[in-house]
Design a protein around this ligand. Structure first.
Ligand code: CA
Length: 279
């Protein structure tokens, strides 16, 4: 029975005895009264990364948030959470503290310590910590590491969602300052918008991922393995042929004025160059 935050196998996160089971049912019944997330209005649903090892809580939250119109990325350990954070560029992270391979606060720490241009993590992404430990000291520790909000388990889903909405609203302007510019190419990670010479260029998710990685270190040659692993993920079924065809399309889309920003380094990989190579 998927109750919020209960059934967690980690001893430090046992729900307090007054765990409000009734609250969990109230949560389910509340869906019809919810307003849709504002992201729906822009036809660009916010992507939430959920890092939670307890299967019941994870399934419950993933189902509810998906039903509320968010795109969900889901991980059950710290390592996978970090990988998704680095490769899928979510808009917000909800994470558990007690994970099997480390503390969720390590993800918070690494995120806040990230360099916006050199690293693939946006250091200002909103982070909501789910904590089974709800003492003041534990809450303070989360905030000190850089959490934007801390929600004690067991939690009320409507309240969690309200907090998520509030954070996303407040961070709407964040995208503007997260924009990466290399020469005439401008890339906005939050809205996934790309401009070349001020003209919008529509990229697929993978093409965007490729470009974002390449512009994170202009001039550097990224090997095909590295690109595949980062953009397609560790469990990739992609091949170098998949990569080559995406890179080819990306190069063509960016080349409205005949500029070649994406250069194939024969047999090795790709790099982003500015100034661009001639047509
Ligand atoms: Ca846990």
């Amino acid at each position: 029975m998927p109750l919020c935050g209960q059934g967690d196998g980690h001893a430090q996160e046992v729900a307090p005895p007054e765990a409000p089971q009734r609250g969990a049912f109230a949560v389910r019944g509340a869906r019809v009264r919810r307003s849709r997330p504002m992201q729906d209005m822009t036809d660009d649903a916010a992507t939430i990364l959920l890092v939670e090892d307890d299967p019941a809580t994870r399934t419950f939250l993933a189902d509810e948030l998906t039903a509320d119109g968010y795109e969900l990325l889901v991980a059950d350990c710290l390592r996978d959470g970090l990988r998704l954070l680095e490769t899928k560029y979510p808009d917000l992270v909800v994470l558990d503290v007690g994970l099997p391979d480390g503390s969720g606060l390590e993800l918070v720490r690494r995120t806040r310590a990230a360099d916006r241009l050199a690293d693939r993590i946006d250091p200002r992404i909103p982070l909501v910590v789910l904590s089974g430990r709800c003492s003041e000291t534990d809450r303070l520790r989360s905030f000190e590491r850089g959490a934007d909000d801390v929600v004690a388990k067991p939690f009320s889903y409507p309240e969690l969602r309200a907090r998520i909405d509030a954070l996303l609203r407040r961070c709407e302007g964040r995208a503007r300052s997260g924009v990466v510019r290399v020469g005439p190419v401008e890339l906005d990670p939050a809205s996934r918008r790309v401009l070349v010479h001020g003209e919008p260029v529509h990229l697929s998710q993978k093409e965007f991922g490729l470009l974002r990685l390449l512009v994170s270190d202009p001039g550097r040659v990224f090997t095909k393995d590295e690109l595949l692993r980062t953009v397609w993920g560790y469990a990739t079924t992609g091949t170098t042929r998949t990569l080559d065809s995406h890179a080819c399309r990306l190069r063509a889309k960016l080349a409205a004025r005949g500029d070649r920003f994406v250069v194939n380094v024969w047999g090795v990989g790709y790099r982003f160059v500015d100034p661009p190579a001639g047509a």
